[in-house]
Ligand binder design. Structure first.
Ligand code: PMP
Length: 448
């Protein structure tokens, strides 16, 4: 069964298929952290639907919420009509919002994917401001539709101005730490204030509080506050893309809460649907200027996703799973950093909460002075740890060795050299220890 399905699907599906290429497994059953393949093998799933499964696979409260809607005879397709299910979801969602936004919030159901909500956010700020320019960051990932793609790192679009995202390791200015972040902030300020830079007054700024696909890069809180004050002073709406960081993953319900920053628009998807497709933007009411019908779509009322999502949001809130993710994440990060001392091929271990990245490098390579993503970034100093060349092949070998040991992880980062761990927030202490053990075993098997 297993081999037959893999063979047929690889012949029938697009050459662009992603996860199925890297992870040749055929999941047939799952619960919590565990996935069982058609070949009977069991895996610890630290990909979690690319960070979607806050409560793991098939959590009983999620299944119960879905069953309740089905058994009630409620319509499953309602376009965007008001229903008791939607009412319950919105109530629960508003309960989670950061103070400062909660009392003035509007929600726009988008859908069904994160990229749809990014599109809506860009369109909203463009509609509200009458301008078209967008400020976005190196290494960003916002999705695969045209607008979201424009705002993602590496893309070229005349309407998007690319700014430096602060990072310690591979800092574009060769400095890292608080000083590197400060220089990144100054770069943004001087660009905004330079009338000759050619940057038109933008419609909005979009950022991830922790870059996920970009290689798990947490933005320093002080830098986020700088971005907030720079945009606030110039009346530029700030869009926080919390598609991957939201619902407790980083140790706060929403990652912006660590810094106290209140964005004007928040983009949410992944975990808010409790494993089913759901995406929304939440924004301050005075931005709600678009006329009726300005943003439509057939699939904005997924009742099962709203029920699963409401159950997930309330479970995370009531069981303080964000705090748990913060504590457990700190512990796992410490263990992985400790592990890194024995492996010269680990260049960096970083993360926030249960969003963890391990960057693999070539210990024998020449120090990396390659493109920083910012063509004209001046190198201002030698970073504390000279970054070695990224090692995507080694990272892929580690991922494969993890899979051989029953651990599912995926890669990210500009060079696909960062192993990402995104376990469910419900992972137990014993499971977390098993994840670190298997990861260490995989490293021993493939690394020098
Ligand atoms: N924004 C961020 C921060 C993401 O991580 C992702 C998905 N990885 C998206 C947007 C796009 O979401 P989707 O894949 O559901 O379109």
């Amino acid at each position: 069964v297993h081999e037959g399905i893999l063979r047929r699907q690889s012949a029938r599906e697009s050459a662009a298929r992603t996860y199925a290429r890297a992870l040749p497994i055929v999941p047939v059953r799952a619960r919590g952290l565990t996935i069982e393949g058609a070949d009977g093998r069991r895996y610890l799933d630290c990909l979690s639907g690319a960070g979607t499964l806050a409560l793991g696979h098939n959590h009983p409260v999620v299944l119960e919420a879905i069953r309740k809607v089905i058994d009630s005879g409620a319509p499953l397709h309602v376009l965007d009509l008001a229903t008791p299910v939607k009412d319950a979801f919105t109530t629960e969602l508003f309960r989670t919002l950061p103070a400062g936004l909660a009392d003035r919030a509007r929600v726009q159901f988008c859908g069904p994917a994160g990229t749809d909500a990014v599109e809506a956010a860009l369109k909203l700020v463009r509609t509200a401001s009458g301008r078209s320019g967008i400020l976005a960051f190196t290494g960003a990932y916002h999705g695969m539709t045209a607008g979201a793609l424009e705002a993602s790192g590496g893309a070229q679009d005349v309407r998007v101005t690319r700014l430096p995202y602060p990072q310690d390791y591979r800092c574009p200015f060769g400095i890292g730490g608080p000083r590197g972040a400060e220089i990144a902030a100054r770069w943004t300020r001087s660009l905004l204030d330079d009338t000759k830079s050619g940057v038109p007054r933008p419609a909005g700024m979009i950022l991830e509080p922790v870059q996920g696909e970009g290689g798990v890069i947490p933005a320093p809180d002080a830098w986020l506050r700088r971005m907030r004050s720079l945009t606030e002073d110039r009346s530029i709406p700030l869009i926080a893309d919390e598609v991957q960081t939201g619902v407790g993953r980083t140790g706060a319900f929403w990652a912006v809460e660590h810094s106290g920053v209140v964005p004007d628009v928040m983009v949410m998807s992944k975990a808010i649907g409790g494993s089913l497709p759901l995406a929304v933007i939440v924004y301050r009411d005075d931005l709600d200027v678009w006329p009726p019908g300005a943003h439509a779509g057939t699939f904005r009322g997924n009742q099962l996703a709203m029920a699963a999502g409401a159950a997930t949001l309330s479970y995370v809130r009531e069981n303080r799973l964000a705090e748990r993710a913060g504590e457990l994440g700190t512990r796992m990060l410490g263990q992985l950093q400790h592990l890194a001392e024995d492996f010269s091929c680990i260049g960096d271990v970083r993360g926030r909460g249960l969003m963890i990245g391990v960057e693999l490098v070539d210990p024998e390579g020449a120090p990396d002075t390659g493109p920083s993503g910012l063509a004209d970034a001046p190198l201002l100093g030698a970073p504390a740890a000279t970054p070695l060349p990224a090692a995507p092949d080694l990272a892929a070998a580690v991922r494969d060795a993890c899979l051989d040991r029953g651990l599912i992880v995926e890669l990210g980062g500009r060079h696909s050299s960062v192993v990402r761990l995104l376990p469910p927030l419900t992972i137990t202490d014993e499971q977390a220890a098993a994840v670190v053990d298997r990861f260490a075993d995989a490293l021993v098997a493939v690394a020098r």
